[in-house]
Ligand binder design. Structure first.
Ligand SMILES: [Zn+2]
Ligand SMILES: [Zn+2]
Length: 347
């Protein structure tokens, strides 16, 4: 989603009757403006951006793998992939998700800028739009208005028993929604974020941050190898392959972590705690914990649910960069939402 599309969605919402929202009643029953901009030109723009965002990293990854087979790879390529993965996964999970979308912790403007830029480099959309779409996911989770539910077939036809239906749902939530979904109505979900000039600045210059996330590893590759081939390796492994990997691992939050895994808490959605993606998503795949207690800074409630994102927040707090954070739910609060009360006592 580009900054033009953001402006367009806001303008379109201000200028049009995108509907009265009656057919999009959220689970809470609270009346809201329409969650989506159902306007053809906005949808076309979103589709073009989605295609570029999906296809360019995919082709880059294919090229990188081809070159790796032909010429091999070394510490530089893997180092840049891992290093840039850590930076951008922190940006998107600690920054976009917990800081911007949920205000789970607080810090100064420098922290906000760093998290905003690092998250933007993940190429998942500008920060205000991302936060709006994520809040829409929470309000309408696993209904037709959810931007990326894997249960879309169930919402449509009331059934997803067939394996192919589940597969189609997983594809929709993993990637397909980027192309097919209507644009989120930013003003309905992120009006508060638009009041910060710094947020708007980070949001409007989204493409530059994405580009920076490609140029930086290319420059490092060139400096280390002292060659153009080193720059190409940096661009591919620290840039496009990294975007491809972060995309697919992070998008598993919406797909696998709403279909497979434990559901210790009663929530009015299908969120699960997924043990495959828990660590690689830096804790975001503890989705059932998160949907039950969305404002908590800590998403891993048990010792076997490591939360890398929370570890980073605590490290930043120890350095004085994070000034306050929302506490995790108490055992009593967790027991109140437990699906099986007897188990809750041991939470
Ligand atoms: Zn979710
Ligand atoms: Zn969330």
């Amino acid at each position: 989603m580009s900054e033009q599309a953001i402006v367009a969605t806001a303008d379109v919402f201000d200028a049009s009757d995108a509907g009265d929202g009656a057919e999009h009643a959220p689970k809470s029953g609270v009346r809201r403006p329409p969650p989506m901009i159902e306007v053809a030109s906005v949808r076309r723009a979103k589709r073009t951006i989605a295609l570029v965002t999906i296809l360019v990293p995919t082709f880059g990854t294919a090229l990188a793998l081809g070159l790796a087979v032909a010429r091999g790879i070394g510490a530089l390529e893997l180092g840049l992939l891992v290093g840039m993965y850590i930076v951008t996964m922190t940006g998107v999970e600690v920054g976009f998700h917990r800081y911007f979308a949920h205000s789970a912790f607080k810090g100064g403007e420098v922290l906000r800028a760093l998290l905003g830029v690092a998250g933007s480099m993940a190429a998942q959309g500008p920060v205000i739009y991302w936060a709006a779409t994520h809040r829409r996911h929470h309000v309408y989770s696993d209904t037709k208005e959810d931007p990326h539910s894997p249960h879309v077939r169930k919402a449509d036809s009331g059934s997803e028993q067939r394996f192919t239906s589940r597969l189609a749902g997983l594809w929709h939530s993993q990637m397909g929604n980027m192309y097919t979904d209507h644009a989120t109505n930013v003003m309905a979900f992120s009006a508060d974020l638009r009041r910060s000039r710094l947020n708007v600045f980070i949001d409007r210059h989204y493409r530059k941050w994405v580009l920076f996330g490609l140029i930086l590893p290319a420059l490092i590759g060139a400096a280390v190898e002292r060659s153009l081939y080193g720059a190409l390796m940096g661009l591919l492994w620290g840039g496009l392959v990294r975007i491809f990997v972060v995309h697919h691992i992070y998008f598993a939050n919406g797909s696998f972590s709403h279909m497979y895994g434990g559901r210790p808490f009663k929530t009015d959605d299908e969120s699960t705690n997924n043990y495959v993606f828990g660590v690689p998503t830096f804790g975001s795949a503890w989705q059932n914990n998160h949907h039950a207690f969305p404002s908590s800074a800590n998403l891993g409630f048990k010792w076997y649910q490591p939360d890398v994102g929370y570890f980073i927040i605590r490290a930043l707090a120890a350095l004085g960069v994070v000034t306050s954070m929302n506490r995790a739910p108490t055992a009593q609060e967790q027991a109140g939402k437990a699906r099986i009360p007897a188990q809750a006592v041991r939470l």
